[in-house]
Structure formats: C-alpha cells, structure tokens
Design a protein around this ligand. Structure first.
Ligand code: FAD
Length: 484
C-alpha cells in the first residue's frame, strides 16, 4: 500500500470520502471538511465486492462513474487538491487511509443502502477509541430516511401519508455554493482512473455518450434546460415517452452530481404551479424509496408482502432473452428495452409497461427484471429500482395491485398515439400507419406489405398472447390469494 510521501503541514488532515455524492456544491461533507480548517484528503474508493449486502455496480453505472470521477477529479485539480483513487473493500481501505494519514476525521455522505450501512458500522466500530471519528452528512437526500415516522413512531408503508408527513417536517433550505478553497493534505499515491477499466472494452456506449454529460456541470445544465423549457408542462408531458417531458436528472441525482435541494429550489423558480408540485412529488417518491429501503433492507431481493414468496413464477429463459433484447413482438415494450440498451435510460411510463409485461404476462420473477435494469440503467439505484419493481409486481409497500394488469397495446395507443416513440426505437416499423403501430400482428397483410414489415422475419410475432398471458397471471395470483 502507498505511503505518505510528504507532509505539508503538522495539523492532522481530514478525509473527505466521496461516495454517490460526486459534486462540490451544496455538498455538506465537502463543506464540513473545508470548514474544519484542516488539510483535506479527497478520496473515492471503488469497491467491486459483490457479497451481500454489498452490491457491485452494473455495466452502465461503471460507464457513468468513469466520466463522473473524471469530472470531479478535474474540479478538485482546480482547487489544487487531487482526488485520491483507491480500489478494494471500502471499510478496510478507509481504515488504511486513516492509519496512513493520521486523519482526525472522515467526512462522508450518509447512504441508505444496506451494504453501505454495514461498511459504515465496520468503520465506526473500528474507529471507536481512536482519535478519529466518522462523520456522516446528508448529501444525497432531502431528509434522513429514518426521521419521518407515523404518529405511532413506525415507518410509513403508504406514499400519500408519508409525503404529507415529509412536507410537514422538512424545511426548505437554500443550496450552498462550492468551497473556493480546500487546503491540500499530504501527497498520497492514487490509482489511475483508466486502470480501473470502467469503460466497456467492446464499445456499446455510443448512444450513452451522445445522450449524457456525466458530472456536476452536465447536471446543472440539464436542470437549467428543464427549468427553462419543461417544468410548466410536466404534469401532462411526463407521461408521453415520445416527448422530452421529464427532467432526465435521475442519473445525476443517483450519482449525487446535483443535490435534491438544488433541484427542489430551481424548479420552484419555474412557471406553472401544477408542474412544480407534481415534479416535487417525484422527488418525494425518491425519499420514500430510501425510507422503505432503510426500514426494510430485505426488499432488495425479497417481496415486502411475504405471501408473494410462494408466487408460482415461471422459468422462461427464451422469454427473458427476448424481453432483454427488445424482441417480444410488442412494439411499446421493445421500444423501451431498446431505448434502455442504447442510452442506459428508459422513460418512466415505459419502465412500468415493460416491467408489467415481464412479471404478469410472462410470469418471470421481478428480481430478474430488476437485475437487468441494475446492469443496464445509468440511474440504477437500489432503493428506486427495487421499490419500483415491487410496486409493479404488486408485492411491495403501497404497490399497484397485481390484478391490475396493463394492456401494452392500450398503453401504447394512449401514451404514444402517433407512434413517435415506437418509430424512434423500432425503425423496422417506421412505415406502419399510426392505427397499426402498436399492434402489427392485427394489421391486414396488405398494410404490412406496404410498410415492408414481415412478421416473424423483419419483426417478431408476439411471444405471448396478451389475453392468455393475462388469464394465466390472474390464475397464478389465485394460487397465493387462496392461502391468505
Ligand atoms: P422525472 O420525471 O424528471 O423525475 C424527477 C426525479 O424524481 C427523477 O430523476 C428521480 O430521481 C425521481 N423519481 C421519479 N420517479 C420516481 C419513482 N417512481 N421512484 C423514485 N424516484 C423517482 N429511478 C431511478 O432513479 N433508478 C432506478 O433504478 C429506477 N428503476 C425503476 C424501475 C422501474 C420498474 C420503474 C417503474 C421505475 C424506476 N425508477 C427508477 C423510477 C423512474 O422511472 C425514474 O426515476 C425516472 O424515469 C427518471 O427519469 P427522470 O429523471 O426524467 O424523472
């Protein structure tokens, strides 16, 4: 392990341990480290371990992380205080850094994921009786997930009362600027970012590179554009996947390149009261997911409604592969999964539709879909992903009931009536008339021929009959309902 090569000052330094809060502005750990007056050692640890409860990040997240760290590193260089990169078990690495530097404190962000909580406990326990404390700051959430409670002191399981209690408890505070100065600590050895090989060796990232600008500046620009153009229409446009009606801030929020306070505040400056209220409600959903994960860490792989543990899921590898590749033969579903593969993101309405087809019509376990999303989303977030999958599968807190089964054709006709979204991602269907774009298998042969669509050749036949799939799902539900 690298050693301190030079000490610029006698004062013990503090470690500034970045996690999913990769920014300098409105970042309480950064502010506290700067205000301590001590030399500051900024550090990021890549922890690849995939042992429960820790989960290694997926492929799309690795891509994002590379550029986000590059960006943060450049910002810190401007403050003449380089980011130290280390790889390994987080707890062991941070404790080694404490020993190496003689740090008096570790300032870091509080993370609600069970893996991070375990790491924090290990670090905290190891530092007891030492002249160094672990100080956790709220860097990624508007509020501490465990502080919102029902009147009886219990966690919430239903969103609306949670959101009312949340709004009553949370006081808006203005975002704070990035520090102008961060006094440098001892010179330490650092890994090279390129040596971490976070970028794919076989490049599949062209679409992602075109769509996203990871990093604090990219996040600020995305927010400014959304506030200028889209917040006022958010309430209606947010459900139309063919329009740029949502903020696309989710990866920036997940990686903490922007704080939820900065977003909360900025949208408040926009015109359109209804859009602002609806948008802030989504930010509260994010808090609710963190609240659930904090109280029910088992939700990462176990259904919160335990009767679903016995649900008769099917093992259908062919169906799973067709779904992953966007080859189900159901256009709105395939468009969503190809959008995901191309840019590492999918519109929320379509996430619900593709998830519903997987867990209901195909009866494939929600964990299978969750794990695909985990690997392919640039915003893959343990709380939001698992809570949302359980919501769709009907087995989570405040979930949509399982028996309410989306018909993907009707969803397509309602939310993509002109087929803009489907045509964008399924060019092989682009010449089909609007009336048939969501249901090519029901189109007359003459229409298909004119649009150069040959079902089973240029585009698949549906892998499941929607009526039969629906009936099979309801029958499966009966098997567990009978036992309640
Ligand atoms: P906007 O509509 O602009 O919303 C603003 C912000 O609010 C988002 O950036 C996000 O941080 C938060 N938000 C919005 N909807 C939700 C929600 N339902 N739950 C929690 N927070 C929300 N979101 C993730 O960030 N990571 C995930 O891994 C994830 N997996 C999902 C899986 C499924 C099956 C479903 C149905 C939804 C999932 N979501 C996830 C929630 C939601 O789809 C995305 O947050 C949203 O599409 C991101 O786009 P946006 O930033 O344009 O959202």
């Amino acid at each position: 392990m690298a050693r301190v090569t030079k000490s610029k000052t006698k004062q013990a330094p503090v470690l500034l341990w970045f996690r999913r809060d990769l920014r300098l502005a409105d970042q309480d750990a950064v502010a506290a480290a700067a205000e301590s007056g001590a030399p500051v050692v900024p550090v990021f640890i890549l922890d690849d371990s995939d042992r429960r409860p820790h989960r290694a990040i997926g492929g799309a997240s690795r891509w994002w992380l590379h550029y986000s760290l590059q960006n943060l590193g450049e910002s810190l260089e401007r403050l003449e205080n380089p980011l130290i990169l280390r790889r390994g078990d987080s707890a062991k690495t941070i404790l080694a850094l404490v020993a190496e530097t003689g740090a008096s404190a570790v300032h870091t962000g509080f993370m609600p994921d069970p893996g991070d909580r375990t790491i924090d406990k290990t670090v905290h326990d190891a530092l007891t009786d030492k002249d160094c404390q672990l100080i956790r700051h709220r860097t990624t959430l508007l509020h501490d997930p465990h502080k919102v409670k029902t009147q009886t002191g219990n966690p919430f399981r239903v969103f609306t009362p949670f959101s009312k209690a949340f709004e009553a408890q949370v006081h808006v505070r203005p975002p704070t600027p990035a520090p102008k100065h961060l006094s440098a600590g001892p010179t330490l050895a650092s890994d090279k970012l390129a040596d971490w090989h976070l970028l794919p060796t076989i490049p599949w990232d062209k679409g992602m590179a075109e769509e996203w600008t990871p990093g604090e500046a990219g996040a600020a620009e995305r927010l400014a554009d959304f506030v200028a153009d889209a917040v006022s229409d958010y309430q209606t446009a947010r459900d139309i996947p063919g329009e740029a009606g949502t903020s696309r801030l989710s990866p920036h929020l997940h990686w903490g390149e922007i704080s939820p306070w900065q977003v909360w505040e900025a949208v408040g400056q926009a015109k359109g009261h209804a859009g602002v209220t609806t948008y802030r409600r989504e930010l509260i959903w994010r808090e609710f997911a963190a609240h659930l994960l904090w109280h029910y860490p088992q939700l990462v792989d176990q259904p919160l409604r335990t009767e679903f543990s016995d649900f008769p899921w099917r093992d259908d590898r062919a169906g799973e592969t067709a779904w992953q590749r966007g080859q189900t033969g159901i256009p709105i579903v395939d468009a969503g999964l190809r959008e995901l593969w191309s840019i590492g993101w999918m519109h929320n309405r379509v996430r619900m539709i593709v998830a519903s087809l997987l867990v209901k019509h195909l009866l494939i376990p929600w964990q299978t879909g969750e794990s695909w999303f985990w690997d392919t989303l640039v915003d893959a977030d343990l709380a939001n992903n698992c809570v949302s999958w359980q919501w769709v599968a009907g087995c989570g807190a405040d979930a949509a009931p399982f028996f309410r089964i989306f018909n993907p054709v009707l969803q397509g006709k309602k939310f993509d009536p002109k087929g803009y979204y489907v045509r964008q991602w399924l060019p092989e269907l682009k010449d089909l008339p609007d009336a048939h774009i969501h249901e090519p298998w029901a189109a007359p042969e003459i229409i298909l021929r004119a649009a150069k669509v040959s079902l089973g050749k240029t585009y698949p036949m549906p892998i499941v009959d929607l009526a039969e799939g629906r009936a099979r799902a309801l029958a499966a539900l009966k098997q567990i309902s009978g036992r309640n």
